[in-house]
Design a protein around this ligand. Sequence first.
Ligand SMILES: [Zn+2]
Ligand SMILES: [Zn+2]
Length: 245
Amino acid sequence: MEERVSVMDMVYYELKDSLKDDACPICALINRNVDNFIDALLYESVNDIKIREDIKNSKGYCNYHAWKLQSFGDPLAHAIIYSDLIVSLIHEIDVFLRATKRCENIENFFGLKKENIKMLKRLKDYLASDNGCPICSMVRDWEKEYILSFVEYVGRDKGFREKFKAGGFLCVPHMFKLLEYCRDKSTVKEIMVVQLDKYKKLLNLLNEIKRKSDYRFVNEPKSDEEKVAWIRAVEKWVGEPGIKK
Ligand SMILES: [Zn+2]
Ligand SMILES: [Zn+2]
């Protein structure tokens, strides 16, 4: 069936290539995309008006993606992004202080005066408002696209299916989304059979870690898989960093 797949079908090859080392292919591609997006953002898009508007409207990125961006360095790009955000924050504080300057004492202000409550609410809404991190929103779109493609390829391509069995392992958040998005129940069931097997293997490794922590067995050698199984468990339970459970 593989010959039916168009050479142009990049997603097919991208997904297939990431089916190795028991990685979650969805997490792997999303993290690669986020890295590519940040590279492009820092390279030139920070000058793109639309992208800067998006960042401003969403009050910046979520905690995870803000620090991810920071880890790429680039003081100038950060100065551009955060000066936009801080100018807008200064404006909001200014509006709040001007509108409430007639209130000499704080009790009057926080009393039931309608106008004051409105101004306080406006500032609180501004500080708390979460129009959604633009990167998280892209991640959600990618997740859907990749999950639907993944199920399609497992269903119709033997080589893809075999590669998944040998080297793929969906994380729990992406397994959940698979159930949410996919109508092809027979392929979903087939995927679940593979997943069950992988979870049983992971559980055995975790049980070995527990067993070998007992003083009677503490000197038994640990396999490479056992050494990293506790980290793998975190990764499979919540997805790779940046994935929302
Ligand atoms: Zn995943
Ligand atoms: Zn985010």
